[in-house]
Design a protein around this ligand. Structure first.
Ligand SMILES: [Zn+2]
Length: 94
């Protein structure tokens, strides 16, 4: 765990959007740091009844020199659209 904002920690939601139109909205429920990478627990912000999924970001992905890590949107994959992705800022993965 890095920084915890002091006052006004009014749980601002972290939402990632994929490149589909209209974009899917993936809500970050939690993250778990492991020796091999970071596990993100993501739910569908527009359909909270759908069980959250786990998306694994490997240490190798974190080491690549980009600002964001791109992961396939599982809501798109469910619909057979594998090419759509959402960006996760690396600052969210530390
Ligand atoms: Zn999507």
């Amino acid at each position: 765990m890095s920084s915890i904002s002091p006052a006004n920690a009014s749980a601002e939601e972290t939402i990632y959007t994929c490149s589909f139109e209209p974009p899917h909205r993936l809500k970050l429920e939690s993250k778990t740091l492991t020796p091999r990478g970071t596990v993100l627990r993501l739910s569908d912000a527009d359909h909270p009844e759908i069980p959250p999924r786990h998306v694994f970001v490997t240490g190798a992905e974190l080491k690549m020199g980009y600002e964001n890590v791109y992961k396939a949107c599982f809501l798109c994959v469910d619909r057979g659209r594998k090419e759509k992705a959402f960006a996760v800022p690396k600052s969210d993965l530390e």
